[in-house]
Design a protein around this ligand. Structure first.
Ligand SMILES: Cc1cc2nc3c(=O)[nH]c(=O)nc-3n(C[C@H](O)[C@H](O)[C@H](O)COP(=O)(O)O)c2cc1C
Length: 257
């Protein structure tokens, strides 16, 4: 079946976006709209009809959805369009993030027909301490495409997870620091920061500690490789993930019946 596809995603380090694109290839549909919630609220709001298929992707943050992503998603209404909630996580677990996204979609008037959990390189991954490095890899993308081929029209009644959802974590402090010798003040991090929390001071890009969601976009995409992950709680988490969660996990898919 040829379908009209719409993408909605929040994806600071691009693994969620890549996964949705692979699922889209599998659907053999035509992309009608793409709503990137990473850096801004949707404007104008996309409008859907009941014959559309909407893929909604968000990363898992501490077993939940990033609340900034949820806030930006909530003005969008489904108008009974079919939806596929997808969460992407860094090989620990997705906990209650998938059910949270499924519930958000329902609440906004979408009709879930499938759902999936996929793997991405962990945002806290560094060359010194790689975490689910290189994912989604070729095998993940192939699974995402195969999933796209299987998406039907029957309603998906349930997905794994718990209600009430696990408590979210409060993230404080800026995750990265800058090497002033390397920073060229090019402005790339300012452009891609989801909270608009970066600014140039004395020709160096600084992060606002009160406005950082630890997404790591500024570090991952710095063309001068000028940023490093210095916040101690993140370094400790990255070490724990490396010690206890390095066994490869695989995507899971859920289809309406
Ligand atoms: C603040 C924060 C919390 C995270 N929490 C989890 C988690 O609970 N479980 C997990 O497996 N991965 C976790 N991750 C990793 C991301 O889910 C993963 O890297 C994802 O691929 C990022 O998506 P993006 O590339 O679209 O930004 C976390 C990442 C960040 C930044």
């Amino acid at each position: 079946m040829h379908r009209k596809i719409h993408l909605i995603y929040f994806s600071p380090t691009a693994t969620t976006r890549k996964t949705l694109e692979a699922i889209t290839r599998g659907t053999n549909g035509t992309v009608q709209s793409e709503t990137d919630l990473t850096c801004r609220s949707p404007e104008p709001l996309p409008v859907f009809g009941k014959d559309d298929l909407v893929l909604v992707g968000m990363p898992v943050y501490a077993g939940r959805l990033p609340q900034l992503a949820v806030q930006r998603f909530l003005p969008i209404t489904g108008n009974d369009a079919a939806v596929v909630p997808v969460v992407v996580y860094g090989n620990r677990h997705y906990d209650d993030a998938l059910i949270e996204l499924y519930d958000c979609c329902r609440k906004q008037g979408f009709r879930p027909v499938a759902a999936g959990t996929f793997l991405g390189e962990h945002s806290f991954s560094t060359p010194q301490l790689p975490l689910s490095k290189g994912r989604p890899d070729a095998a993940d993308l192939e699974k995402a495409e195969a999933f796209g081929r299987q998406i039907g029209t029957a309603e998906l009644k349930t997905v794994p997870g718990h209600r009430p959802y696990k408590a979210g974590k409060t993230l404080t402090g800026s995750a990265t620091s800058v090497d002033p010798e390397r920073c060229t003040a090019c402005g790339k991090c300012i452009e891609i920061c989801p909270t608009q929390g970066m600014s140039i001071n004395n020709s160096v890009a600084e992060a606002d500690p009160d406005n950082c969601i630890w997404c790591m976009a500024c570090l991952r995409f710095c063309p001068a490789d000028a940023r490093s992950l210095t916040l101690e709680p993140i370094r400790a988490t990255a070490q724990k993930l490396n010690d206890h969660f390095s066994e490869r996990r695989e995507p899971e898919i859920f289809l309406g019946q």
